[in-house]
Design a protein around this ligand. Structure first.
Ligand SMILES: Cc1cc2nc3c(=O)[nH]c(=O)nc-3n(C[C@H](O)[C@H](O)[C@H](O)COP(=O)(O)O)c2cc1C
Length: 212
């Protein structure tokens, strides 16, 4: 089974450069968020591969200040959905992974900067790793950041130093993800100095505002 081979992959078999680039770039370019999921659970071995990918993210000082809370219980998912500023669609995802920042660990060594900045960056990197891994395994994914942090914290019985930062929704997709356009590279890449790009040079300084 392909999943077993992948699980065993664990860095043992070195892929060719071309295979690696193709797999990674394809996953990045085709991932979009879905809101419709099939009524089908995610086997634990598949979920483990997703969570494992999260643990491979980089983190400041390699502190790994993340905690992943897996929620499958329908009642609890419903409460989390109610604590989120989202519609009913959330409930149809069979698995939520609530990515939390362990602020105690994040503050180790780097103090306030660790807690307020690196902790967020580290957990965002872990979240993106998990989303890309899930997408590559054929799962549909979504990211919900709009929720009441105190409510979700209480629901998940998090101690004071555990901060829920993102809710990842995982399930087998019942729709193709919609891919939304991004600002063109020519608009967001700068060389050597801010503003040193073709887009800026050509445009009227008064119009140098990004439309959304
Ligand atoms: C930090 C963060 C928070 C987000 N919060 C929500 C959310 O609360 N609800 C939602 O529907 N989508 C949320 N999203 C998804 C974005 O809206 C989505 O990435 C954006 O619309 C682009 O869509 P695409 O990634 O499918 O191309 C969030 C994404 C990020 C990175």
């Amino acid at each position: 089974m392909v999943f077993k081979e992948l699980a065993a992959f664990g860095g043992k078999k070195k892929p060719s450069q071309r295979d690696l680039a193709e797999a990674v770039l394809k996953a990045i370019h085709t991932m979009g968020f879905v809101r419709h999921f099939k009524e089908k659970d995610i086997p634990q071995d598949v979920l483990d591969m997703v969570l494992e990918a999260g643990t491979k993210a980089p983190s400041a000082g390699n502190h790994q200040p993340w905690e992943f809370i897996v929620v499958r219980e329908e009642g609890l998912k419903k409460h989390i959905q109610e604590a989120s500023f989202e519609e009913d669609w959330m409930i149809y995802a069979p698995v939520y992974v609530v990515v939390c920042i362990n602020t105690k660990i994040a503050a180790t060594t780097f103090g306030e900067r660790g807690e307020k900045l690196y902790g967020i960056q580290d957990t965002a990197a872990a979240a993106e790793n998990m989303l890309l891994a899930a997408h590559s395994l054929g799962l549909g994914v979504s990211w919900v950041g709009g929720f009441s942090e105190p409510q979700v914290k209480t629901l998940l019985e998090c101690p004071e130093f555990i901060r829920p930062a993102a809710i990842l929704l995982l399930g087998w997709p019942a729709e193709e993800p919609e891919l939304h356009p991004r600002h063109p590279l020519s608009q967001v890449s700068h060389y050597e100095r801010f503003g040193n790009n073709e887009q800026f040079k050509r445009s009227n300084p008064r119009e140098r505002r990004y439309s959304h």
